[in-house]
Design a protein around this ligand. Structure first.
Ligand code: NDP
Length: 287
């Protein structure tokens, strides 16, 4: 293997230690940063994600509140809870774990969260601010990818960046962040003709698709920086990314693994957003 590993676990540990100091400082001034998490239904993956988020909060000195509902709950019940949390000054971040059951209109649920507490960065007001390059809560996975690139010392100005995937939660916001940082960005998706022709031009290649090992070594420019957002479960139960790690690591200059790459940084950015919201509420913003 020739590529440098961009270690999301190690970076997450460093950032979380800094966040803990900030949380303690805020606590000493009488405010404990608090994240409220809403979980609907029995999706096992969602339960694991929520458990991990709650645990991460505890370790970083943040408070977390969990509101759990059965899959057949009336959407209005959840909307009423969001309304109460919006008005509660002791709550600084509100997260609704997706996916929601079919009776929900996910967009209207996410839009019910106050933009000032939208630590997932999914509200149209925060997305709009991101489009305009204004300060906003940025979706946690794209924000985590940017921190990984920064930690690896990757030069973004003028770089060719290719993002595979155009979802609202990963591909689109990440493309905007890369563009704001000075990269020339191409967004690829399921209708892209000749994907490899695009990916081979990339100095920075981000895969956010959800197809195991779809990015092969011959799709990667020698020396490129490859960030693998994908999380896929193989038939043997193991997790793998969208990138054929072993083969691509022979070609790339730097690569993030799965697991241990973007995942831990996603949760870290959730903590960072919640803390920032609490600091703002306490008049201690870092702006
Ligand atoms: P979506 O399913 O919402 O989006 C997938 C994107 O991939 C779509 O834009 C789709 O194109 C595109 N796509 C599908 N097939 C192809 C193909 N053959 N060639 C090129 N593009 C293709 O997924 P998400 O963005 O929510 O997540 C992507 C992956 O990242 C998943 O594996 C998910 O589990 C993982 N993830 C990881 C996180 C982490 O913390 N590490 C957090 C969030 C997600 P089109 O728009 O045309 O359909």
């Amino acid at each position: 293997m020739s590529a440098k590993i961009i270690d999301g676990n190690a970076l997450a540990q460093r950032v979380r230690a800094e966040l803990k100091q900030r949380a303690d400082h805020l606590g000493a001034r009488g405010t404990q940063a608090c994240l409220a998490v809403i979980l609907v239904g029995e999706d096992p993956a969602s339960h694991v994600y929520v458990r991990n988020k709650v645990r991460a909060c505890e370790q970083a000195g943040l408070k977390s509140l969990k509101f759990q509902y059965p899959a057949d709950v009336a959407p209005q019940t959840v909307l009423d809870q969001i309304d109460a949390l919006n008005r509660d000054p002791a709550v600084h971040g509100i997260l609704v774990q997706l996916p929601l059951p079919p009776q929900f209109d996910s967009t209207s649920v996410l839009e019910a969260i106050s933009p000032a507490k939208d630590v997932d960065g999914f509200h149209a007001m925060n997305v709009g601010a991101l489009v305009q390059g204004r300060r906003a809560f940025v979706a946690c996975t794209p924000a985590g990818c940017m921190e990984m690139l920064k930690s690896a010392g990757v030069a973004l100005k003028g770089a060719e960046a290719v993002v595979i995937g155009r979802s609202n939660i990963v591909g689109k916001p990440l493309a905007l962040l890369l563009m704001h940082a000075g990269a020339t960005v191409t967004i690829c998706h399921s209708q892209t003709r000749d994907l490899a022709a695009h990916t081979r031009r990339a100095d920075i290649l981000i895969a956010a698709v959800g197809r195991a090992r779809m990015v092969s070594a011959d799709m990667v420019k020698p020396g490129a920086v490859v960030i693998d957002v994908g999380i896929n479960r193989l038939p043997d139960g193991k997790l793998c990314g969208d990138v054929d790690f072993d083969a691509v690591a022979e070609v790339a200059g730097a690569i993030s693994p799965v697991p241990g790459g973007v995942g831990p940084m996603t949760i870290t950015m959730l903590l960072a957003n919640t803390l920032e919201s609490a600091e703002r509420a306490a008049g201690m913003s870092h702006d």
